[in-house]
Every structure is written in structure tokens, then in C-alpha cells.
Design a protein. Structure first.
Lengths: 254, 632
């Protein structure tokens, strides 16, 4: 459903900087792919290009056979809002709104009826276990709850592709596990494709496939196969094989 | 690099951050300097110049200076507010409190110095223009030539260096840098949802309604007694309006899902209640300052129109001569000759009208009533192109003054309509109808009757004279000169409207000019306050829109939200001020019993238009800034 061919990105500036080189990547419907790599390797850049928030310098992005970047600016914004779901490291919630309001925000922009919004929000809150905090402001809840609220917002319009940039980056390990379990269950139940950038080998081990990039180039990829535990160790091995400095990867937990 | 160099570089490298603060400081200096150029003009230092006007100018200068002080203080503190994070970071890196204070002090001195010099330079560029404007509004015999304003430069420079020094010292002294964590976090995050009390919101509405109602209902001299209480009540009401009622209304809107959850409304209102509450004091101040500006300018303008239009309406003749009651016919004849000589000297082409005003007993006992021969009346009427009257032989026409100012006198015509005129032969003339004309400046009403009937009147109880001249159009200068001469030779008896109005305008000009000047200063600085508030929140706004844009927000939606938000923030204090101003001017018109609708509409309308232009400009830059970040 998502296909990248020879995507490169050069940041222009006083000194042009090549952040991505010839990235080829394909994600099937319902697949859960994790992207790992050291800091500065171009993960966020890649995700921004997929999310149409940024444009590749060369190469092609196709979603369900069409290139969203051919769309006009306004249509592009609507495309993002309707086809994609976003989860960010810093949650990206508006702190002037309540949890419920944050969740329905994308729908309000599209002029959905209040009843429908209310129904969907209640349903999704139920499944994510945040019904009790719906009327709280985002400043009054914990990081784990904020990320769940952000997931609810990303899921409320049933997107085809969910993009997550370090969703567990700001969470403790217990909350990280909760959030990952939630993403996996969404991925399995709704058949939503999931593309997640992460530093965290633990989080990556929930995926079907991990892609490693280094210096803006594809380095390697490993598939899950057996148990999550074994997958986790394979990921750790790959990371140390990629050499560099183990410290680049913040949380190496069993 | 010494710390001093660091402070200097900090200013020079962060130009964009400092520019708004710098510009408004410079603007203040420029305003003061322009005023000084005008006030220290050599034409005024001559002894002949009106001492009261000089005093007025000194007071005005003082007001502008004090106002500048608060304006700069306010600009500076809101500027520092927007840099809290920077200070927090510096402190985290180990800068001491003292160093930060020194930095703030040095920065402000640098900015203040450049602003002073810049303001003076720009002021010099506009010097000629301001003198030209002053020359036209003020009626000064000699023209205000351009001169090199050494004294104005010195006074401005010294005053403002002193001002900036004091404020820099003051601000750096009170700078609160103690709570590091607060500084770094920024202020918004921890604040709870702004609350508004229903009780106080209702009080706000009641105070405003009561204040307005009183101001509009009260008539005549009572306006003066009502003024202070009404001002207090409305001021308090305005304060509560911004701090309570507005927040309350937005909260009500927010709690209604079918409104709040519609399209971009959520984005619009989510921040609005916060920004309303945060900006309540600023809005209050802006509303009050603008109200003062609107009312002052409206009042001055209205007053001028009252003086001049009133005079013009009552005296349509170029010159009028009214003898004293006991003047003999010889004196009158001599005076008239004198006037005609003066008119000849000045080469004025004028038609004279002379009428014996005879007062008779009528069936209305107490008062003698003026009765005018139709042909006399018609001659006077023809001079000022009024309609002539043709009373039937056995009828009388009642004429009353057509002047709006003399509302009490209208009763007089009713009295005359009910009585009648008895002729020598016993025949009676019944009044037929009432007309209003300005032909005779008789304050009571009078009869106009047929010439034949006039012959049959009994002997008058009292006789008076009215002599008028109507000059052809376009002899303004000669008329003024003649008016001046007549005023010298026949004071209180001969009267020239144009000359009197000229005198009034001459005396009134400086007041009007200074009033306008101060009013505009207030208005522009009120606008700057708003501008500052808006741009203090800009970073927060950018962050908000950036996070939504990532999820998907069209440019159109962004523009819509930003437009509405700025419009609400920008216009709410001004609209309040416009309504306040309109009510104040209505009260003023009741005090003088003079219709100020045209003047008020003109003044308030111009301010509204200026504000709209200002809004369009500010919005352009604001939207551009937000867009630049959000849609790269
Ligand atoms: N807007 C930008 N302009 C210039 N260079 C950028 C920009 N964004 C990122 N980069 C550079 O591109 C490289 C990749 O950045 P990023 O994709 O954020 O890395 P990651 O998310 O893997 O840590 C980094 O070296 C970064 O400095
Ligand atoms: Mg990143």
C-alpha cells in the first residue's frame, strides 16, 4: 500500500546536506514496520516525507498506487487528515483543550456531526481505557495517558496508515509497553498499516519487520518470525553490528 | 568577549526580536519631538502670543511625556516577558542574577539611545509637514516657517535619555529571575482553565447598561452631575467586561458542543478564553485610553462646530447693526454712516437693509409684540435668499426663529397663534399659520402683516432698529478686515459674523490642535499595546498551528482561524471604546442641547476606519509569520 522508490532528500542551505539517499521501501496493508537507526541517520526526515509534511528531492512516493505529492496544498492537508494518522514523541496535543476535544479535533475540521464524533470518541476511548479522563485537560494527565489520547486522535478517522515518530520516547518502560500493546492490537484488529520510527529496541520488537538505516541509507532489515524475545535479541545484535556506539540507542532493556 | 560585548551583540544579532520594542520606543520619541518642534517654534515665543495657549502647550507636553513614560515602561515589560525563556536558559548556563540585570540594563540603554536619535531624525523629516498642518488648523497670522529646532532637539534628547535611563534602571532592578523552572517552562502550560464568576459577569452587564442608560437619558445641566458617577460605573463595568463577562461568554460557547465542535471553532475558541483572560488588563487599558481619545477629539470637534455653526446659522447677514435702546436717531444715523464708510474703504460690495422694529400691544396682554410690514420683511428675506411672505389683508403670519439652539422659544409662537391683532378701525387680524425663518434675529416670535393693514396699526409702545448688510460672496479678506475695524470703532453694536468666528477659531485653534495631537497619540499607542500583546503570543500560536498542520490543516482553515482570532482580539477593546465614545458624545450633545450626530459619526467613523487599516496591516504580518513556519 505504501511504496517508496529511490527517495533522496537534500537539505539546501549554506552547506547542502544529504539526509537520505536512494531509499526503497514497501509496506503492505496491515503490516507493522519499525525503522531504527542512530540519531541523525534520517529517520524523522523519512517519516516526514512519507507523511507528506516534506517533499523528497528526488524519487517517488506512492500510496495505494497514487502519489499524494501531486495533490494541491489544500487537498494534501485534507489527505493527511483523512488517510493518515500521526503519533509523536511529544504527543502534540493542544493543552488548551480537553482530552476529548483533542481526540475529535480532526473530525471537527471536516464538519462531522456532533453525535457521530461523540460516538466515535466514546468508542475509541473505551478501547484505549481513557474514558475516565475524557474531560480532563492535557496538563492534568500522565505521559502514558497523553500518548493514549494521541493514539485515539490518530485513530478516530480510521486511517489507512498510522505513522509514529518515537511514540515511546518520552515514556517510562511500563507506559511504553502499554502503548506498544495498544498499537499492536489496533494494527491487528483494524488491519491498519503501521510505520514507526524508534530508538528503542524493546518497542521495535513489537513490529513485524525492522528496517535499519544509517547515514541516510538503508542498512539492513530483519523479520520477526519466532518469539518477540528472540526478535528483540536479533535487533540488539544488529544494532551492535552496525557498530557505532551503543549509547546512540537510549534504552537497551531486556 | 566581555559581558558588555555579549549584551551589545545580543541586541545586534537578535534584531528581529528587538525590532517591535525598538520601533515603538522610537515612535514615542518621534511624537514628543514633533510636538516640541511645534511648541518651541519662534512664532510662539513672541510676547503677542496668547499666554493661555502657551500654558496649554506646556501641559500637553507634560502629558505626552508622562504618557511616553508609561508607554515605554509597558513596552519594555512586555518585551521582557517574551524573553523569559532566554533568561532561564542563561541562568541555567550559570549567569548570575546580577549579570542578567546588567545585560537587561545595557540592552535597554542601547535601544533607548538609538531610539532617541532615530526618533529625532525621523521627526526632523516630518517637521515641515507637521508645521504645515499646524499652520492650517491653527489660525496664526504669521506662517510657521521651517526652522532648525535646536532647542527641541536638546529638550527631546535630554528628556528621553533620562527617561530610558530611569526605566532601564527600574526594570532591571525589579526583574524577577528567581524561579528558574517557571522561566524555562514558559507560562501557559501550567495555567488552569480561566474561570469567570457568573455573579461578576452579571454585575458587569448591569453596570454597563445602567451607566449607558443614565448617560443617554439625562438631559441639560444634570449631565454634569451624572458625569463622574457614570464614568466610574462604566469604567468598572468595562474592567469586569474584559476580565469576567467575555471569559464567561466564551466558556458558555465552549460548553455548547454544536457550536464549539463545528469546523474551525474549536481551534478558534480554545485559545480565546486564555488569551482574553491574559490580555484583559491590556484590553481594559486600551479601551479606556481609546475612549478618552475618541471623546476628547469628538468633544473638541463638536464644540468647534457648535460655536461656528451656531453663529453662522443665527447670523446670515454679513454685518448687523443694533443700536442701544436709548440711542437717538442722530447717533444711529452717524453709526450707519461710519459703517458705510468702512465698507467703502474696504471696497466691499454690499446691500444694506434697514428696518424700524415696532412693538405693539396685542390681545396677549403682558408682552408687547413685534409686528413687521410684509414689504420690509421681504426685502430682508431677499438679501439672504429666504422665501418671501404674502399675508392676506385680514390675516397675520406668525414667524419664529428657525434656530435649533433656541428650543425654549418655540412656545412663543403658540402664544401668538392664540392671540390676534386689533387695528385702529376695530378690525382684527387673525393669525393664519406659523413659519420658521432666520430673517430677523428676534428671539421671540413676531407677526408679519400686509402693508395696507400695517398702516392701520395703533401707535407702537416701543421702537427699535435693525440694520443689516449682505456682502456679495467671495470678499472674505475685505469682510474680515472691515469686521476688525468695526469691532474697534463700534464694539457691541456693529457685529460681523465672519470676524467673530475668525476670532473664535483663532483662539480655539491651539486647543483643537493640541487636543487632536494628544488624542491621536493615545489612539496610536493603544494600537501599539494591542500589537505588542498579539506578538507576545505569537510563538505559542506558531507552535499550536504547527502541531495541527502536521495532522493536516489547510491554509484556508489556518487563515480563517487566525483572521478571526486577531479580529476578535484587535477589535473588542476598540468596539467597546467606540460605543463608550458614542454614548459620551450623546451625553455631551444633551448637555448643550445641540445635535452632534454628524460630528460624532465623522470622528468615530474615522477612528474605526484607521483601526481597520491597522488591523489589515497587522494581520498581514501575523499571518505571514505563522504561515512561514507552518507551511514551509
Ligand atoms: N530542516 C533541516 N534542514 C537542514 N538539515 C536538517 C533539517 N532537518 C534535519 N536535518 C539534518 O538531517 C539529518 C537527519 O535528521 P533527522 O531525520 O531528524 O534524523 P533522526 O530523526 O534520524 O535523528 C540530521 O543530520 C539533521 O541535522
Ligand atoms: Mg528524529
Amino acid at each position: 500500500m505504501l511504496k517508496l522508490t529511490k527517495v533522496s532528500k537534500v537539505y539546501e542551505g549554506k552547506v547542502a546536506y544529504r539526509a537520505l539517499t536512494d531509499i526503497d521501501l514497501e509496506v503492505e496493508k496491515g503490516e507493522f514496520v519499525a525503522i531504527m537507526g542512530p540519531s541523525g541517520s534520517g529517520k524523522t526526515t523519512l517519516l516526514n516525507i512519507i507523511s507528506t509534511n516534506d517533499q523528497p528531492t528526488t524519487g517517488n512516493v506512492e500510496m495505494e498506487g497514487k502519489n499524494p505529492l501531486n495533490l494541491k496544498k489544500n487537498a494534501l492537508a485534507k489527505f493527511r487528515r483523512n488517510q493518515l494518522g500521526f503519533i509523536f514523541q511529544d504527543f502534540n496535543l493542544l493543552h488548551t483543550l480537553t482530552v476529548e476535544e483533542n481526540i475529535v479535533l480532526p473530525l471537527t475540521l471536516d464538519g462531522t456531526s456532533v453525535r457521530e464524533m461523540k460516538n466515535r470518541a466514546d468508542q475509541i476511548a473505551e478501547s484505549l481505557g481513557i474514558s475516565s479522563i475524557m474531560n480532563k485537560r492535557t496538563t492534568e494527565i500522565s505521559g502514558g495517558q497523553m500518548q493514549r489520547a494521541a493514539i485515539a486522535r490518530a485513530m478516530i478517522h480510521e486511517p489507512k496508515l498510522l505513522l509514529a515518530d518515537e511514540p515511546t520516547g518520552n515514556l517510562d518502560s511500563k507506559s511504553s509497553q502499554d502503548v506498544m500493546n495498544m498499537l499492536v492490537s489496533i494494527n491487528q484488529k483494524e488491519q491498519t498499516s503501521l510505520l514507526m520510527v524508534t530508538h528503542d529496541a524493546q518497542a521495535a520488537s513489537y513490529s513485524d519487520r525492522v528496517i535499519f538505516i544509517q547515514d541516510g541509507k538503508l542498512h539492513s532489515e530483519i523479520h520477526r518470525g519466532e518469539s518477540r524475545q528472540a526478535f528483540f535479541h536479533k535487533i540488539i545484535d544488529m544494532l551492535s553490528l552496525m557498530g557505532g556506539n551503543g549509547n546512540d540507542f537510549s534504552s537497551v532493556r531486556p | 568577549m566581555t559581558f558588555r560585548q555579549f549584551a551589545l551583540n545580543n541586541v545586534l544579532r537578535n534584531k528581529r526580536l528587538y525590532i517591535a520594542y525598538f520601533l515603538s520606543s522610537m515612535f514615542t520619541v518621534m511624537v514628543f519631538f514633533t510636538f516640541a518642534i511645534f511648541a518651541f517654534h519662534p512664532a510662539f515665543s513672541e510676547a503677542s502670543f496668547n499666554q493661555n495657549a502657551l500654558f496649554g502647550m506646556a501641559v500637553a507636553g507634560g502629558i505626552i511625556y508622562v504618557f511616553s513614560f508609561f508607554f515605554v515602561l509597558y513596552s519594555m515589560s512586555s518585551f521582557l516577558q517574551s524573553r523569559k525563556k532566554e533568561f532561564g536558559l542563561l541562568m541555567m548556563l550559570g549567569a548570575t542574577n546580577k549579570q542578567i540585570r546588567l545585560m537587561v540594563f545595557l540592552e535597554n540603554i542601547i535601544i533607548g539611545f538609538i531610539a532617541t536619535v532615530g526618533g529625532i531624525l525621523i521627526g526632523l523629516v516630518f517637521a515641515k509637514a507637521i508645521l504645515l498642518i499646524a499652520e492650517n488648523i491653527l489660525i496664526i497670522s504669521e506662517s510657521l516657517n521651517f526652522y532648525f529646532p535646536t532647542l527641541a532637539i536638546i529638550v527631546t534628547f535630554v528628556s528621553f535619555i533620562f527617561l530610558f535611563f530611569c526605566i532601564s534602571l527600574f526594570v532591571s532592578f525589579i526583574l524577577r529571575t528567581n524561579k528558574l523552572t517557571d522561566l524555562i517552562k514558559g507560562d501557559k502550560q501550567t495555567k488552569g482553565e480561566p474561570k469567570a464568576s457568573i455573579f461578576l459577569s452579571i454585575i458587569a452587564a448591569i453596570l454597563l447598561i445602567a451607566g449607558y442608560a443614565t448617560a443617554i437619558i439625562v438631559k441639560g445641566a444634570a449631565v454634569i452631575y451624572a458625569m463622574i458617577p457614570v464614568i466610574l460605573v462604566v469604567t468598572l463595568g468595562t474592567y469586569l467586561l474584559f476580565t469576567q463577562l467575555s471569559v464567561f461568554i466564551i466558556r458558555r460557547l465552549k460548553s455548547n458542543k454544536s457550536i464549539f465542535w463545528r469546523k474551525t471553532n474549536m481551534l478558534l475558541f480554545s485559545d480565546l478564553s486564555f488569551r482574553m483572560k491574559d490580555n484583559a488588563r491590556t484590553f481594559f487599558m486600551v479601551a479606556i485610553i481609546s475612549t478618552v481619545a475618541f471623546s476628547a477629539i469628538g468633544a473638541l470637534y463638536g464644540f468647534q462646530s457648535y460655536l461656528t455653526k451656531g453663529g453662522k446659522d443665527m447670523n446670515l447677514y454679513t454685518f448687523t447693526y443694533l443700536p442701544w435702546l436709548d440711542d437717538s436717531e442722530e447717533v444711529i444715523e452717524r453709526d450707519i454712516r461710519k459703517i458705510n464708510t468702512v465698507l467703502q474703504e474696504e471696497n466691499i460690495d454690499a446691500q444694506m437693509g434697514k428696518m424700524e422694529l415696532n412693538y405693539f400691544e396685542t390681545s396677549e396682554k403682558n408682552n408687547s409684540v413685534l409686528i413687521v410690514r410684509a414689504s420690509d420683511y421681504n426685502y430682508f428675506a431677499s438679501l439672504i435668499k429666504e422665501k418671501e411672505l404674502d399675508p392676506e389683508p385680514n390675516k397675520a403670519i406668525v414667524v419664529e426663529q428657525s434656530d435649533a439652539m433656541l428650543t425654549q422659544e418655540t412656545k412663543a409662537s403658540e402664544g401668538l397663534m392664540e392671540s390676534s391683532i386689533v387695528l385702529e378701525d376695530g378690525e382684527t387680524l387673525q393669525p393664519s399659520h406659523v413659519v420658521s425663518t432666520p430673517v430677523l434675529s428676534e428671539s421671540a416670535a413676531y407677526y408679519v402683516i400686509n402693508d395696507k393693514a400695517y398702516e392701520k396699526l395703533e401707535t407702537p409702545v416701543r421702537t427699535d432698529w435693525s440694520v443689516v448688510w449682505k456682502a456679495k460672496e467671495g470678499q472674505t479678506d475685505q469682510v474680515l478686515e472691515a469686521g476688525r475695524k468695526l469691532n474697534e470703532q463700534l464694539q457691541y453694536k456693529a457685529y460681523s459674523v465672519d470676524y467673530t468666528l475668525y476670532e473664535i477659531e483663532k483662539a480655539y485653534g491651539p486647543i483643537l490642535f493640541i487636543g487632536l495631537f494628544i488624542g491621536i497619540v493615545f489612539f496610536v499607542s493603544a494600537g501599539s499595546f494591542l500589537y505588542f500583546r498579539l506578538f507576545t503570543d505569537l510563538d505559542e500560536e506558531k507552535r499550536k498551528f504547527l502541531s495541527i498542520a502536521k495532522i493536516g490543516l489547510t491554509q484556508l482553515e489556518l487563515k480563517k482561524v487566525v483572521n478571526r482570532e486577531i479580529a476578535i482580539l484587535f477589535f473588542s477593546p476598540i468596539v467597546v471604546a467606540l460605543v463608550h465614545g458614542a454614548v459620551a458624545l450623546t451625553a455631551l450633545s444633551h448637555l448643550f442641547d445641540y445635535n452632534l450626530t454628524v460630528e460624532s459619526t465623522l470622528v468615530l467613523g474615522s477612528f474605526a476606519v484607521i483601526q481597520i487599516l491597522y488591523f489589515i496591516i497587522v494581520r498581514y504580518f501575523y499571518v505571514k509569520q505563522v504561515k512561514r513556519l507552518v507551511f514551509r
